[in-house]
Design a protein. Structure first.
Length: 390
């Protein structure tokens, strides 16, 4: 069998570098900051990039290379680069591709730090961003200008778990010659592969479901080779690269991604169904519930519904705080995608600095709670949420 015939799980497990002389079964750690050369000509040719080899671990390392190769195969990408964090991946991707005077069209519902890049830092360099309502995709083309270069979205979104039709975004990007970048963090490549729908680049915070156990930070960008080349050169000179140790951990994590995500999603659907019938819950948003506004799109484009649930508690911010105070089993943490179930109340924590109007514009109500459903016995999670809601 050729590697192209291998399934998702096999590629995650069997993609590895050549073994050393010790013939190890599991890829070893390469905790070296730099690499040596055979002679002056070898060193010259390596720096001239006439041959592929490791020079310095800020540029590449066997562990980061293996991790990136796995993600590329999972996402159907030509090339990639690994970063120290998810936000390093986001920032470096945009910074490498944009020039002063360029314009971004982005979904309005994005991660808080991504929003800060678009509204606080990029304007310093004369880079503007226009936001479209993810629930009104028919308006996207109204925001495109002659200087628009990038179309960006998360799907599902953070924290409201909205879904957008990636195929529609791909069509718009092609029509207007835009670079389509998708943050695929919530879905992972196991649930959806945006490149199939026209995305040119896909970014991940590997800290989340890719690691899946709350151990290390990491990020990755994969996609079209010519675009990754620009990102690589930017990162090579600015230094946000992933450490070899974290790359080794994340590469091993990918070997269990499929089985973990399957269980996460199985548990999440049961929790979502419980919450939908709870008297103290106003509304529940989970992509594979029929009540989700974009349920049909999710079913067509996603293998599973993911592990994130957004639901609104009756009683607003005060009810949300009381709910968090009564949680006993689940964790209160800003992270997600962990083996442990995590609950967050965005209006009083992660998005508290936004005005009420700004939060409502991206579907964050005062009573909204985000649950990252873990791998515990699901009835135990349900019992904890139930007693906190009461």
């Amino acid at each position: 069998m050729s590697e192209q015939e291998f399934g998702f799980e096999t590629q995650a497990i069997r993609t590895q570098l050549e073994r050393t002389q010790y013939l190890e079964h599991s890829v070893p750690l390469y905790l070296s900051s730099s690499f040596v050369f055979e002679d002056a000509e070898d060193m010259r040719a390596s720096f001239a990039e006439e041959k592929e080899r490791n020079i310095y671990s800020r540029f590449s390392n066997p562990n980061t290379t293996e991790f990136v190769e796995k993600i590329c195969k999972m996402e159907g990408a030509e090339a990639g680069y690994a970063f120290a964090t998810g936000m390093a991946a986001i920032y470096s991707t945009f910074a490498a591709l944009l020039n002063s005077g360029d314009h971004i069209v982005s979904a309005g519902s994005v991660f808080g730090s991504t929003h800060a890049l678009f509204t606080t830092y990029f304007p310093k360099w004369n880079i503007e961003t226009s936001y479209f309502d993810i629930n009104k995709p028919e308006t996207i083309e109204n925001f495109i200008k002659p200087n628009t270069k990038i179309l960006f979205a998360e799907s599902p979104t953070n924290p409201a778990v909205d879904i957008i039709d990636l195929e529609l975004l791909g069509t718009i990007a092609k029509k207007h010659n835009l670079i389509l970048i998708i943050d695929n963090c919530f879905a992972t490549p196991y649930i959806q592969q945006p490149i199939k729908f026209g995305a040119h680049l896909v970014v991940h915070s590997a800290t989340k479901l890719i690691d899946g156990q709350g151990r290390v930070l990491g990020g990755v960008a994969v996609g079209r080779e010519d675009l990754i080349r620009q990102i690589y050169l930017f990162a090579r000179n600015t230094g946000p690269s992933l450490s070899p140790f974290n790359a080794w951990v994340l590469s091993k994590s990918l070997e269990t991604l499929a089985v973990r995500v399957e269980k996460h999603c199985e548990n999440a659907l049961k929790v979502a169904e419980f919450l939908e019938n709870h008297p103290n819950v106003k509304v529940v948003k989970y992509p594979f519930l029929k009540s989700h506004p974009q349920h049909e799109i999710a079913k067509k484009k996603m293998r599973l519904g993911g592990n994130i649930i957004a639901f609104e508690i009756k009683g607003g911010i005060e009810a949300g705080r009381k709910f968090l105070d009564k949680i006993r089993l689940c964790s209160l943490s800003p992270n997600l995608g962990d083996t442990r179930t995590i609950v967050t109340h965005p209006a009083s924590t992660t998005h508290s600095k936004l005005t009420v109007e700004e939060r409502l514009a991206v579907s964050i109500t005062d009573g909204l709670v985000r649950v990252s459903v873990g791998l515990e016995t699901v009835i135990d999670v349900i019992k904890d949420l139930d007693q906190a809601l009461k």
